[in-house]
Design a protein around this ligand. Structure first.
Ligand code: FPP
Length: 238
């Protein structure tokens, strides 16, 4: 009998790490690891949708990733752009709504068009929301929220509310992540959803991203299910 996971998160975010090491350990070029990472993206998305997790966020490309050699940034961007194109029909079939977050400024027109086409096509889907962070950083997100808030010049008392502030973040309307999974054994948040992860449960696994499959995701959900979340309170007052 399949064991039921007792408490499912509403929102899981994943820092997909270890593509380069996965490839190098096999004597392959780092970019092969990025291509292989798409298989893990597919497996994680399918599993989250099957489980009925409402929101899944994937950190696909950070602002800091531009610091890698151009051959690698070009390769990662083209893996992402092609995957978006190839996977859109599957998202339609599985009723998945796909949303992209991140700074659009440095992205080329082809990438922007593919992202916009995918968002437009999947906008009416009512199943899981897949959030893909491309050229994203948590500090960028906070700063763009502050800039838009100031532009709209709301009254000072509104500026001081965490709820109003959250509504200017790129994840407006999305619940804060309950669970963050990072693969490859690194134990950092690496400028992902900084504000949003204030009370997120963190889960680190040594599995390299291209090897991450349903049993690894299930292990993370089981660990989450056993966590006691007190949000700074004591058990009796929750
Ligand atoms: C981190 O591994 C991974 C990335 C920077 C890229 C993630 C992108 C994908 C998995 C491509 C597909 C994504 C989508 C959403 C379709 P790393 O290169 O930092 O690995 P290392 O730490 O071993 O060097």
């Amino acid at each position: 009998m399949v064991k039921q996971i007792e408490k499912l998160p509403d929102h899981v975010c994943i820092i997909m790490d270890g593509n380069g090491r996965w490839a190098l350990s096999r004597g392959l070029e780092r970019n092969v690891g990025h291509r292989q990472g798409v298989e893990a993206v597919r497996a994680a998305t399918e599993y989250a949708a099957e489980k009925g997790i409402p929101y899944l966020s994937l950190f696909a490309f950070s602002e800091e990733n531009w610091g890698r050699p151009k051959s690698e940034t070009d390769a990662i961007m083209s893996v992402i752009v092609n995957a978006i194109h190839n996977e859109t029909p599957k998202m339609m079939k599985n009723n998945i709504r796909c949303v992209f977050i991140g700074d659009r400024e440095q992205l080329d027109n082809k990438a922007l068009k593919r992202m916009d086409d995918c968002m437009r096509q999947t906008a009416g889907n009512t199943g899981m929301t897949l959030i893909v962070a491309v050229n994203y950083s948590g500090k960028w997100d906070i700063l763009q929220a502050v800039k838009r808030l100031l532009e709209e010049n709301p009254p000072a008392e509104q500026l001081l509310s965490p709820e109003v502030f959250s509504s200017y973040l790129s994840t407006a309307g999305v619940p804060e992540p309950d669970l963050m999974i990072r693969t490859s054994g690194e134990m950092r948040i690496s400028n992902f959803m900084l504000w949003q992860m204030a009370y997120t449960e963190l889960y680190f696994t040594p599995v390299l991203w291209p090897d991450f499959r349903k049993p690894d995701f299930e292990a993370a959900l089981n660990a989450y299910s056993n966590r006691k979340r007190r949000f700074g309170k004591i058990e009796e007052s929750i």
